[in-house]
Write a protein that binds this ligand. Structure first.
Ligand code: FAD
Length: 494
């Protein structure tokens, strides 16, 4: 085995979170080794957010064209998957090639190593036959992979995960979707709008089970209107594949489809990271971190791996905290870099620390000593990009009640708002507000509708900054916007 090479920081996994941390630390002048075994950028740009939203954009254009018939004459629509597949290949993923991303990182001064990184004691990482010893710390950003349930027969079939669904060049005639969460519903609606016969099978008693029941009902109605068959409360017991067709046996029923997409959640693979060598239990579902993303001495984690929410915006938010904290830690480390390195590196570090700290505390996070922000997930926004979109922030009504909040609920239907009525076809949606009556603030909200994810931003500010409800009621809401329904929901709080 090679002698360990001394560097400042090692980042294992260059997905959204790891790439952000590694790039910013390299820009700050540290010697940073970034290790990625697959594609720099991770799931989001190649098999997640970006290509799926390109698919949704295309599918929504088809749906909007169909609405012409009710509003503006007649339109003939001939769906064609080829331009969608081409755009994903050419514009989103460079045919699943990360040269641009690797160059972006090395252009910032980072050193890139392709391979699987594994801890081997405090601050030491193996990758292939190389060993790196990190002077200041190791950051783990290894994300998650699809969690495939142990259903009898499933592992022996050529089922799809999100990877095959995103890479598909020619659509199947029919598709079974196992899992009615956000990813399952988004992809189900896209494929249905391109003419695929889609069946969603969900074990919980409703789709989007983590969101408000009203959101589940709205999304299910919308997908059914697009021709999607939805079966809830149905647990798949066995899966078979005869070479052409998948069969899912569930609670006495049988569902068949040309392809089977499994989107039943994600799993962190902690056992691959050598965590036992630093005294951390690798048998957990996620890697617990404190509010500065520390796992244990000298190790930070960022992104999906931490289990704080599987969203790109969480990974980016946490990355800002890791960068600030690591630079702060470096500044305080006794016997840090030598005098020549200290001046520039610490100078750069201080700049980044105060810049990040300032930005975060202006946004409401509590700044810890040394102006390093700490994580605050109270106002975590999430959007399911179905049509209508379902945006949500903070607590659902049930979560708030379970936490003993003195709950008030305000609900407004979008279809009866001025803008909803004008919009007509495609206007389904609602605003639901969850208030803490004792504190006089909102602790959660759902904004569903044609621009549900965008309207959500006002509600995120309200929850994040704990804006008094009395002030929200005395704001001016532009007429006739979708977000004006927030005012109706505030009036309905009881
Ligand atoms: C279909 C789909 C749609 C999505 N849509 C959205 C959306 O609209 N909005 C949103 O916010 N989020 C969305 N997400 C979630 C988003 O993609 C993730 O939250 C985000 O990618 C998490 O980033 P990450 O850095 O934690 O991990 P990842 O992106 O998973 O990256 C981790 C990286 O680590 C690498 N790695 C793992 N182990 C090792 C190792 N030992 N050594 C070296 N490298 C390693 C992996 O190869 C990977 O590249 C979507 C996800 C999917 C699947």
């Amino acid at each position: 085995m090679a002698e360990p090479e001394l560097v400042d920081v090692v980042v294992v996994g260059l997905g959204v979170g790891g790439e952000e941390v590694a790039g910013r630390l390299a820009e700050a002048g540290l010697t940073v080794v970034g290790i990625e075994r697959d594609l720099v950028g991770g799931e989001c740009p190649y098999w997640g957010c970006v290509p799926s939203k390109m698919m949704i954009r295309a599918a929504n254009a088809l749906a909007e064209a169909h609405r012409v018939n009710e509003l503006a004459g007649s339109a003939q629509v001939q769906p064609d998957w080829a331009p969608v597949a081409k755009r994903i290949r050419a514009e989103a993923t460079d045919t699943w090639d990360d040269k641009v991303a690797v160059d972006r990182f090395t252009g910032k001064g980072g050193r890139f190593v392709r391979g699987s990184g594994r801890l081997d004691g405090p601050n030491r990482v193996h990758v292939g036959d190389q060993v790196f010893q990190a002077r200041y710390g190791v950051v783990l950003g290894t994300g998650t992979r699809p969690s495939v349930p142990p259903i009898d027969g499933l592992a022996d079939t050529p089922y799809w995960t999100n990877h095959q669904a995103i890479e598909v060049e020619e659509l199947p005639a029919s598709l079974l979707v196992l899992g009615g969460g956000a990813i399952g519903l988004e992809l189900a609606q896209v494929f249905a709008r391109f003419g695929v016969r889609v069946t969603v099978i969900e074990a919980a008693d409703r789709v989007l089970a983590a969101e408000e029941p009203e959101a589940s009902a709205l999304a299910a109605d919308a997908l059914r209107a697009d021709g999607v068959e939805i079966h809830t409360g149905v647990k798949a017991g066995r899966v078979g594949h005869d070479g052409d067709t998948f069969t899912v046996h569930a609670d006495g029923a049988e569902f068949t489809g040309e392809k089977l997409l499994v989107v039943t959640g994600r799993k962190a693979h902690l056992d691959e990271l050598g965590l036992d060598t630093v005294g951390v239990d690798a048998g957990q579902r996620y890697l617990p971190v404190n509010d500065r993303m520390h796992v244990t001495r000298g190790i930070w984690a960022v992104g999906d791996l931490t289990g704080e929410g599987a969203f790109t915006h969480i990974a980016m938010y946490q990355a800002g905290i890791v960068v600030a904290d690591l630079l702060d830690h470096m500044r305080r480390t006794k016997g840090g870099p030598d005098a020549s390195g200290t001046a520039s590196v610490v100078g750069g570090a201080a700049g980044v620390v105060s810049a990040v700290g300032g930005a975060m505390s202006a946004g409401g996070s509590t700044a810890a000593p040394g102006s390093v922000p700490v994580a605050d997930y109270r106002a975590l926004p999430r959007v399911t990009f179905t049509d209508p979109e379902v945006g949500a922030v903070g607590l659902t009504e049930q979560q708030a009640r379970e936490r003993g909040v003195n709950v008030q609920v305000g609900y407004a239907d979008l279809t009866s708002s001025a803008r909803g009525w004008i919009h007509k076809t495609g206007n389904a949606g609602f605003i639901k507000l969850i208030a803490d009556a004792d504190q006089g603030v909102l602790v959660g909200a759902t904004s569903a509708g044609p621009a549900g994810g965008e309207v959500l931003s006002a509600l995120v500010v309200a929850v994040h900054a704990a804006v008094p409800i009395s002030q929200l009621r005395h704001m001016i809401y532009a007429y006739p916007t979708f977000h004006r329904a927030i005012e109706d929901a505030l009036r309905a709080l009881k």
